[in-house]
Each structure stands twice: as C-alpha cells, then as structure tokens.
Design a protein around this ligand. Sequence first.
Ligand code: CP3
Length: 344
Amino acid sequence: MSEKRKLLRVLDGETIFPPPTWLMRQAGRYLPEYRATRKTAKDFLSLCYNPELAVEVTMQPIRRFGFDAAIMFSDILVIPDALNRNVHFVTGEGPKMDPINPAGIDALKTDNFLNHLTPVLETLKRLRIELPNETTLLGFCGAPWTVATYMIAGHGTPDQAPARLFAYEHEQAFNKLLDILADMSAQYLIAQIDAGADAVQIFDSWAGVLGEKEFEKYAVRPVKRIIDQVRAARPDAKIIAFAKGAGILLQNYRSQVGSDAIGLDWTVPVTFAKELQKQGAVQGNLDPMLMVAGGEALDKGVDRIMAELSDGPLIFNLGHGITPQADPENVTRLLKRIRGYQRG
Ligand code: CP3
C-alpha cells in the first residue's frame, strides 16, 4: 500500500518532521524556465488554459527543488473569466476586467461555468500522472471577497476601496455576488478534487482590509459556504484557508469556516501562531522578502519558525507568494535549512 502523502497527514493534525514544504507562487517569474515557457504562450490566460504548458510550469519547481507539494498552475481570476467578465492580463499592469455593477450582477450567467474550466481540470488529471507519488497535488480558488474586489474595481487596487464602498452602497447586490461566487467556487473545487487534487487552498488575499463586522460577513460567511458545500459533496475533502492580513481575527477563523488548516501571513506573531496551532495545522509564514535577501537573514527567519512551530502540525511556506525578484538559489538554501534543521 502506498503511504499517505506527508502534507495530508499534517492536515489530519499529525506532526511531521521536517515539515512538508511548498511555496505560494512557486511556479512563476523568478524561475528562468517559467519565463521561457511563458514566452511561448500568447498571453497569461492562454498559459492557464493550455494543459500541456500548465503541467510543464507546475512541474518546473518540483523538478528543480523537490517540494513536497505541487500547486496546479492557474489563477484565481479564471472564475470571473468563466463568468464572462472579459478578463485579461496586461504585462506590467496586472489583471483587468469589466467593472461589474448591480445590473451586471443580476445578469451573471453561470451555465457555461465548469465547461469553461475544463482545461484546468485536465491539467490536474495530467499532473497526478506526472508527479512523483509522494508529492501532494493542490488545487485552489480565490475566496469570494478577494475575487469580488477585482470584479468590482476592474483591476487591482492597494486597499480595495471600490469593493468596500460597493458593499456599503449596494449591500444586497454585493451579497448576491458573493453567494454566486461561493456556489461556483464550491462546484469548481469539487471538480478539482474529482480530477485528482489531494487538497485545495482558498486564497483570501484581501481579507486584511475588512473591518471586524465586514470580515464576518464577507470573509468568514462565504468561505464557510464554500467549505460546507464541498464537504457535503466530498466528506473527506482536505481544505486550507488563507485569510491574509486577518490578524487577531484568525483566532476563531478555522472553526468558523471549517477548514483543516489555516494559512498565516508573515505578520502573524509566532506566539499567536503557536496558539492557533493548538487548534490544528498551520501553514506559513516566512516573509517572502527573505527569498530576495537570502543569507543569514533567511537562515534566521527559517530557524525561528522551525524552533517555535515544528513540534506541532506545520506546513512550511511563505507568508505570501514568492516574488519575481527572488533568487532561486535562496529556495535551495531554504529547503536545505528546513530539512537539515536539528531540533534542540
Ligand atoms: O505557483 C502557484 O502558486 C500557482 C499559480 C498561481 C498564480 N496565481 C499564477 C500567477 C496562484 C495560486 C495564483 C493566485 C492568485 N492570483 C492570487 C491569490 C494569491 C496572492 O498572490 O495573493 C491573486 C490575488 C491572483 C490574481 C493575480 N494574478 C494578480 C493580482 C496578478 C498580477 C500580479 C502579478 O503577480 O503579476 C496575477 C498574475 C499571475 N498569476 C502570475 C502568475 C505566475 C504572473 C503573470 C505572468 O506570468 O505574466
């Protein structure tokens, strides 16, 4: 019988030493081989929807570094794209789409949704065949709030003021949008699990701009809605919820949404992380800038997390995605440090 993959054992609450490790955005522009493959695709979304190329870029960091998990190559904004919001990525400017208004929310068409995402599911099927048996395969989606921020503004913003304002001015339409996104995301995650994903991560990258009440309504409730639906359909589903910037509101987040693990950004104090780890697995939380800086600063950052969190259920990761400026050599150094760490 094949042994259960390490990361999945951690999601069950087991402590594994050294901890299984992967990095958010591990397939990306800091890798020369990614930049080379990216050039062969017409644009970023064409890369996401081309199973052959998407498998290739997913495999690149696995081949180079031997991470414990692979995350399928796609983007959270394929959901608005599948809802016909005219999504495109402009090099150097980030994502763009038609800003949605209340009438647009009423007119959203969901009939072609999963059909549009078939290539992503095909990528997962091929990855499960291609990956080493011990490597965990992760699927993902964006949380409704984070996806909605881009749909409302039509582009990225530093503080999501357009979406925060929209939620106050058009609360009913806004709730309808979040419900649609939650229901579609649940269907998408179930399809990912059926296509071979061992676990899925829900990225709420903009949770940190919400006030306390709004966090409850727009970050907790929709993510719980997704997880409830996924678990109703696939009771064994393994789920990581990452609410970036949520700070002290992470105290009850895991039990509120019902995830197996929670992701921690790099601002979460290690003492608080230890508290949260008593409730179950945590994932994080090294500052991505250390992958640019390298050297002793990187070693110290790794050692601190290892010293405080490696005696409980931990998935080692960054506190957010690795950036294009990161040096791949620093990833090698990071893995060596984690895997060679001696517990005192
Ligand atoms: O390796 C992996 O982690 C898998 C692939 C992945 C991408 N995006 C590829 C990508 C994943 C999991 C994402 C998630 C994602 N996408 C999030 C949530 C996580 C986070 O970073 O907060 C968000 C908010 C997005 C939306 C998005 N996609 C933005 C704002 C941008 C532009 C900014 C940027 O970093 O360029 C993207 C583009 C994107 N998604 C790239 C990659 C590799 C770079 C585009 C390129 O190659 O031209």
